[in-house]
Design a protein around this ligand. Structure first.
Ligand code: ADE
Length: 255
């Protein structure tokens, strides 16, 4: 299955970080357009868009304080020269691009958000391409956020040294909700969190490991019993490891 081409642009001072990600495993294949959606990802070097008179991408903050702030003019330049012009988006590029910044002030990424994001942006009705802006240092100039950023995503309540890992987290987790990406080998439907429960434990060869055998029911060939066992295991694992999720699940079940 292949739908229209979806371009993903990433603006970063470390675009090379994305190379192994984009060359490995299911995420690599998906974002290289080999599964499901015809993706094309381009990670561009922000430093290539510095102005001639000032070579840096950052500067000290007005008002003083620690660290450096990424300059709005350089980011804008990278957006226009590195994305809008090569992507041929034209003067109305704002209507054709959805620009995302990853930073701690964003909505916190979780399974619902991930599903919503994939349905919105990987759906056939959405024709916008995506641009991810990876911040570094003490953040980016507020005026760029105000004027150009459509959505801010945080991957959790902690501060990363840069947005690159957050962008990979977003893309990697959204793969599960990409039509056709998991093929027959797996389905997001059965993954952890989809029904608020964690995944049941898995076992494979060898049959005996350090004196331990897999639960015998898994070797029985009785699929109804295996399903029942696995469901109970999901409940047990969730209760033991994520009491908070188990609590929400139990409340929903009792409604
Ligand atoms: N950049 C720095 N911290 C971040 C976070 N928590 N989520 C997303 N991007 C970030």
């Amino acid at each position: 299955m292949s739908v229209t081409k979806k371009r993903i642009w990433i603006i970063s001072i470390f675009p090379e970080i994305f190379t192994p990600f984009l060359e490995s495993g299911v995420a690599g294949q998906t974002f290289n357009g080999a599964r499901g959606i015809n993706f094309e990802v381009s990670a561009i070097q922000l430093r290539d868009y510095c102005s001639k008179d000032y070579k840096g991408v950052d500067a000290t903050p007005y008002g003083g304080g620690q660290g450096m702030v990424m300059r709005a003019d350089i980011l804008k330049n990278a957006l226009i020269e590195g994305v809008v012009i090569p992507g041929k988006y034209g003067d109305d590029y704002r209507a054709k691009l959805h620009i995302i910044y990853t930073g701690p002030r964003g909505r916190v990424w979780d399974n619902d958000y991930c599903k919503e994001f994939a349905l919105t942006h990987w759906g056939e009705s959405d024709s916008k391409d995506l641009v991810f802006i990876c911040g570094r240092y003490e953040g980016i100039d507020e005026r760029f956020l105000e004027n150009y950023v459509d959505e801010t995503i945080s991957i959790g309540d902690y501060v990363l040294t840069g947005g690159e890992i957050a962008v990979m987290t977003v893309l990697d987790s959204a793969v599960r909700f990409t039509p056709g990406a998991l093929g027959n080998s797996g389905s997001a439907e059965f993954d952890s969190f989809n029904d608020l429960l964690l995944e049941h434990p898995q076992y494979t060869r060898p049959r005996e490991f350090e004196g331990k055998e897999p639960p015998s029911i898994l070797l029985s060939g009785n699929h109804a019993k295996i399903d029942e066992f696995r469901h109970k295991e999901k409940l047990r694992v969730t209760r033991d490891h994520r009491a908070d999720l188990y609590h929400i699940y139990s409340e929903q079940e009792n409604e």
